[in-house]
Design a protein around this ligand. Structure first.
Ligand code: NDP
Ligand code: OXD
Length: 308
C-alpha cells in the first residue's frame, strides 16, 4: 500500500517513521515526490492544494491530519472516497490544556502579574474562585468534551452547546437556538471549539457578544472564520468584552500590522492550541489504515453534507 503525505506544517520525516514503526509494509511518499500517481491508494494530508487528490486515480481513502476538515471540503475536486478526520488522545489533551491555560490566564490575572513583575511591583489582585466563573463551550465534540472534563475537574461551572443533544457528567448540555441563548447569557468565559461550517461561520459576532454578560472573555480555538474580528474589536473598545484569547485567524499567518496583534486585551497564539503530534496521532492513522485494509467500518468519518 502506498500513502501520499502532504503538509506544509507537519514533520513528514517524523510521520513517516511513526507510520512505518506501526505499518512496516506501508510505502510513504511525501509531496512533491509523488512518483507514479497510480500507485497511491491512501493520502494523509493537511491543506493540500486543490486538485492534488483528484490527480490520484486509485485513491481509496483520505486521512486528514487535522480535526477540522473544512480546507478539504472547500476543494470542489475532492475525490468521493471515505474521508476520516483526526481524533487522537494527544490532540484532545493539547486542546484541553490550551483551554484550561486561557481560562486560568483570565481568571488569575496572569498577564497583569507578568506586567507587574516586569515593573518590579508587588500587588495582589482579587480574583473570583473557579466556582463563580461560568464557562460556556461552543462545541461539545471530541475537543469540547475534553476541555469540559478538564474545567469541571478544576471546579468551574461548565455549560456546553452542540447541534444535537449530548450528555456529559457535570456539564449543563444545551443545543439548538434556545440552548445557545441560555448558554451565552450564563457564560463569563465563552470558548469556541466548533467546526467551521456554513451554520457556524461568523458565529462570534456582535449579537453573540451582546448576549454575554458585561466583562465576559472570549476564547477562540475553533477557526478564524468563526470570529467577526471587527465586532470583537468594537466589543473590546466598548468594554463589554474584557479580553480575548485567540489561536485561529481568518488570515494565517496573521499579518504583523493586524490590529489584533498588538491589542492589549488580546492574547494571541499561532494556531497551536491542539497539535497533531506524530507519536500519539500515528496510532489513530495506523488503526484506520488497518481497518480499511480489512474492510471494517471506519471511525471518525466526515459527513460531507453536515460539513464536519
Ligand atoms: P467534533 O466533530 O468532535 O465536535 C464538533 C462539535 O461542534 C459537536 O459537539 C457538534 O455538535 C458541534 N456543532 C457542529 N455544528 C454545530 C452547530 N451548527 N450548532 C451547534 N453545535 C454544532 O470536532 P472536534 O471537537 O474534534 O474539533 C472541533 C474543531 O476544533 C475542529 O473542527 C477545528 O475547527 C478545531 N480545531 C482547532 C485546533 C487548533 O489548534 N486551534 C486543533 C484541532 C481542531 P454534535 O455533537 O451535535 O455533532
Ligand atoms: C486541526 C487543526 O483541525 O490543527 O486539527 O486546526
Amino acid at each position: 500500500m502506498t500513502l501520499l503525505f502532504h503538509s506544509a506544517s507537519d514533520d513528514a520525516r517524523a510521520w513517516t517513521a511513526e507510520l512505518n514503526r506501526r505499518l512496516p509494509d506501508l510505502e510513504v511518499r511525501v509531496t512533491p515526490d509523488i512518483g507514479d500517481p497510480a500507485d497511491i491508494t491512501c493520502a494523509l494530508v493537511w491543506k493540500p492544494p486543490p486538485g492534488l487528490l483528484a490527480g490520484l486515480p486509485n485513491l481509496r481513502l483520505i486521512l486528514s491530519l487535522g480535526a477540522g476538515v473544512e480546507p478539504l471540503l472547500e476543494d470542489p475536486t475532492l475525490p468521493d472516497v471515505p474521508l476520516v478526520r483526526m481524533v487522537a488522545a494527544g490532540l484532545a489533551e493539547d486542546m484541553a490544556g490550551y483551554v484550561t491555560m486561557e481560562v486560568l490566564r483570565w481568571q488569575r490575572h496572569a498577564d497583569a502579574y507578568a506586567a507587574q513583575q516586569r515593573a518590579g511591583q508587588w500587588r495582589q489582585l482579587p480574583h473570583r474562585p473557579a466556582a463563580e466563573v461560568r464557562v460556556g463551550l461552543l462545541g461539545l465534540g471530541e475537543l469540547g468534551a475534553a476541555a469540559a472534563r478538564a474545567l469541571v475537574a478544576l471546579g468551574f461551572p461548565v455549560a456546553g452547546w452542540s447541534r444535537t443533544p449530548r450528555t456529559l457528567p457535570g456539564v449543563t448540555a444545551l443545543h439548538g437556538p434556545d440552548g445557545l441563548a441560555t448558554l451565552l447569557a450564563g457564560s463569563d468565559m465563552l470558548v469556541c471549539l466548533l467546526p467551521l461550517t456554513p451554520e457556524t461561520r461568523d458565529i462570534l459576532n456582535r449579537n453573540t457578544f451582546a448576549a454575554l454578560p458585561r466583562g465576559a472573555v472570549v476564547i477562540n480555538a475553533g477557526r478564524g472564520g468563526h470570529l467577526v474580528e471587527e465586532d470583537l474589536l468594537a466589543a473590546l473598545e466598548s468594554g463589554h468584552i474584557a479580553g480575548a484569547s485567540l489561536d485561529v485567524f481568518r488570515e494565517e499567518p496573521l499579518p504583523a500590522a493586524h490590529p489584533l496583534f498588538g491589542h492589549p486585551l488580546v492574547h494571541l497564539t499561532p494556531h497551536v492550541a491542539g497539535v497533531t503530534h506524530p507519536g500519539p496521532c500515528a496510532d489513530h492513522v495506523a488503526d484506520t489504515i488497518r481497518r480499511h485494509r480489512a474492510g471494517d467500518p471506519l471511525p471518525n468519518l466526515v459527513d460531507r453534507r453536515r460539513g464536519y
